[in-house]
Design a protein around this ligand. Structure first.
Ligand code: PLP
Length: 361
């Protein structure tokens, strides 16, 4: 068959081990998954309550315009409804952007290591990929700028960056955006935006007003605790978003996801509580790292990358046998690290106690 050549060497997404799989494998009763940066506290009770009585007609397509969710999000962000695009997770918006702008003959610039979907979609579209190594876990914005040429179509930024947890500060981002030519799309992936506490973090809503080539991505999968529903969104200037819209599938977000997300965004108390718990959780890990002289990146997200100075797969396997699913750094570009999602205080204690056994294992 006449496949695109580049997909023949592409691997399908390797899902992490499921809780059921690990239970069986190690004959364990309790498994704690700290691998995908999901919210350990679930989602807002407001969402659960709403879903109990929500009975949409199963036979009807969802609202392709996601009107209720759109209205709620526009109001929350104080943007117009036409500045928003919704996706089946922000993953899908990455795909939409790639479909709209990438092709053979153009190039796209991204940090590395970072979220793998930028690269994955660029490969499928046949674009040239220019990866710019992180420096000490942070974006090297001047080197990224230096990679730009006439054939550049999209620049990806991830802040806070997955998997390093580091963010771009305001001064850095403003300087960068001022130098990127207007006809190159800058995608700013803020999947962990709601967890950020840094004082010198930028305000992307303000930046979007000044930069017609900036598209910001956020998601309901992380702090909102709705990963199973697959809802993400992007915002930018109306022209930009409306040019992308035809590339989106008509019914890409589902009826339950739309309703859940619209309810979730109303409960910002839940979001703030999770953000605070996350800071406390990070402190538990920082303390553990300091006590054991382990290197880590201070994180603005709900995960921490810890360098154990040995094969990340080994650490991963050991923690798995203890009932904790984390992510090995081997697949993330940090071979001697593991990435751990910050869980509840109890879960953090548990995984930390297991980590302590590593040196005797
Ligand atoms: C989790 C994550 C996403 C994808 O989120 P979905 O909305 O669930 O598709 C996007 N970008 C980064 C950096 C992430 O970590």
């Amino acid at each position: 068959m006449k496949w695109k050549e580049q997909i023949l060497n592409l691997k399908a997404y390797q899902p992490g081990k499921s809780i059921d799989e690990v239970k069986k494998m190690f004959n364990l009763e309790k498994i704690t998954k700290l691998a995908s940066n999901e919210n350990p506290f679930g989602c807002s009770p407001v969402v659960n309550q709403m879903l109990q009585s929500y009975q949409p007609l199963r036979s009807l397509y969802p609202d392709g315009y996601a009107a209720k969710l759109r209205e709620a999000t526009a109001e929350f962000l104080n943007v117009s409804e036409r500045q928003l695009i919704f996706g089946n997770g922000s993953d899908e918006i990455i795909q939409i952007i790639s479909r709209a702008l990438l092709k053979p003959g153009v190039n796209t610039i991204m940090p590395a290591p970072s979220f793998p979907q930028y690269r994955h979609n660029a490969i499928i579209e046949g674009a040239e990929i220019r990866e710019v190594p992180l420096v000490d876990g942070a974006h090297d914005l001047s080197s990224m700028l230096a990679q730009i040429d006439e054939a550049t179509a999209v620049v990806w930024l991830c802040s806070p960056n997955n998997p390093s947890g580091k963010y771009i500060n305001e001064q850095g981002l403003v300087g960068f955006l001022n130098k990127v030519p207007d006809d190159i799309l800058v995608v700013l992936d803020e999947a962990y935006y709601e967890y950020v506490v840094a004082d010198d973090y930028y305000d992307s809503l303000e930046l979007v007003k000044k930069h017609e080539n900036l598209l910001v991505l956020r998601t309901f999968s992380k702090i909102y605790g709705l990963a199973s529903f697959r809802v993400g969104y992007g915002f930018g200037q109306e022209n930009l978003v409306q040019t992308l819209e035809p590339v989106r599938e008509p019914f890409n977000t589902n009826v339950l996801g739309q309703a859940a997300a619209a309810a979730a965004i109303q409960d910002q108390d839940f979001v703030h509580a999770c953000k605070e718990e996350n800071r406390k959780g990070l402190e538990q890990f920082y303390q553990f790292c300091r006590e054991h002289n382990l290197t880590y990146f201070p994180s603005q997200g709900n995960f921490i990358l810890i360098d154990f100075n040995r094969d990340g797969d080994e650490v991963f396997q050991f923690l798995l046998s203890e009932g904790y699913i984390v992510r090995s750094g081997q697949a993330l570009g940090y071979p001697t690290c593991v990435r751990v999602t910050v869980g509840s205080a109890e879960q953090n204690n548990g995984v930390i106690e297991s980590m302590k056994k590593l040196w005797n294992a």
